[in-house]
Design a protein around this ligand. Structure first.
Ligand code: UT7
Length: 333
């Protein structure tokens, strides 16, 4: 089904912010029963970034947003909505988006967070798309920001080697146009039956915070890696095909894929099933690992910076994350 809206939603600028501290596979070898070779061969990751004391999803997110605004040539006063996609909010409340708003001085914006974990950015983009295409807002900021390092069990070699910290941002603008351009469509999905597959079980709503819960490591990430891997490939391919079909486009029309950066073998399997050459797939997980909801906007920004994405190119975003949640987005750059 093709959806028609009165306006287009264009990405005017992208930005990212990565903490300076680098944690290499060799560093992890010193404290864990793991090896650089295992991590590289099974995941493609060589190193990841770790937030310093004082850095958080809001500080990294605000820095990424400033870069995106400056590249878009958009003044902060013009921003009407700030959506922060994060699973590592600064505090329980208020939202991280409100801290970003304060940091930026975006006095004219409404600001809120969304929780869709690794799929956050595609879900956030989907919300922004509706507000812009229906004409409600003219300028929207979508930010993916995570400090995953704070949720790691640093003794669990099956998870802590995978994740990293960082933030990416895009500035979107409503435009009138005869031809569809910018965000062509977004497609988002969830399967709560698989909520336990990738979870941080500790919370405040179900059980109060307790010393016991901390000792039981309930505030750290748990994942059934193999099961997640299999669903990821299947769902990312399905969502990608739906996005193309919805717009009457084919795999041949695609210029670049910007996939979620969880595992090189997932990225290769998705590219293979979509019959897209791996050289047209943006990959930076070797340097940053899995940055959750920040992964796609960081990779998108890098693909724009390094000339992989150019005006007119058809760009596909695709992701799967905890929830489970998954989705795809098609952008005519
Ligand atoms: O962003 C959200 C989505 N997340 C994902 O998509 C992640 C999906 N899953 C994955 O990326 C992979 O499943 C992992 C990287 C997590 C694991 O790779 P795998 O090829 O599925 O490995 P495995 O779990 O089957 O483990 C194989 C072996 C096991 O040893 P045995 O039982 O064969 O003796 C593990 O204990 O590798 C062992 N192992 C490790 N060895 C060295 C697991 N982690 C490590 C490690 N270093 N870090």
């Amino acid at each position: 089904m093709t959806y028609r809206f009165p306006y287009n939603a264009r990405i005017l600028g992208t930005g990212s912010c990565l903490p300076e501290k680098v944690l290499t596979n060799q560093d992890l070898e010193k404290t864990l029963d793991t090896s650089d070779q295992w991590i590289r061969e099974r995941t493609g990751i060589r190193e990841r970034r770790i937030a310093a004391k004082g850095e958080s999803s809001s500080t990294l997110g605000a820095r990424a947003a400033r870069q995106a605004l400056s590249r878009a040539g958009v003044a902060v006063e013009e921003v009407e909505l700030i959506i922060v996609c994060t699973s590592t909010p600064d505090v329980i409340y208020p939202s991280t988006a409100c801290f970003v708003q304060r940091e930026l001085g975006a006095a004219n914006a409404a600001a809120f967070d969304i929780s869709a974990v690794c799929s956050g950015f595609v879900f956030g983009l989907s919300i922004a798309e509706q507000y812009l295409k229906t004409g409600r807002y003219k300028t929207v900021l979508v930010i993916g920001a995570e400090v995953n390092s704070r949720l790691m069990d640093w003794t669990d070699r099956t998870t802590c080697i995978l994740f990293g910290d960082g933030a990416g941002a895009v500035v979107l603008r409503r435009e009138e146009s005869e031809e569809p351009a910018g965000i062509l469509s977004t497609h988002i999905f969830s399967d709560g039956n698989r909520a336990d597959m990738l979870i941080v079980p500790g919370g405040i709503g179900k059980e109060p915070v307790s010393t016991q819960a901390v000792e039981d490591k309930l505030y750290t990430l748990k994942m059934d890696g193999q099961a997640t891997f299999k669903v990821a490939v299947k769902r990312m391919v399905e969502a990608s095909k739906e996005a193309l079909a919805c717009n009457g486009l084919t795999l041949e029309d695609l210029k670049v894929i910007v996939p979620h950066q969880a595992n090189m073998r997932i990225i290769e399997a998705v590219a293979d099933k979509l019959k897209v050459d791996i050289s047209r797939t943006m990959v930076n997980l070797d340097r940053y690992g899995n940055t959750g909801g920040a992964s796609i906007p960081i990779a998108l920004n890098e693909a724009v910076e390094n000339g992989m994405i150019n005006p007119g190119d058809l760009v596909l975003l695709t992701v799967l994350g905890a929830g489970l949640t998954w989705g795809a987005g098609l952008i005519r750059w």
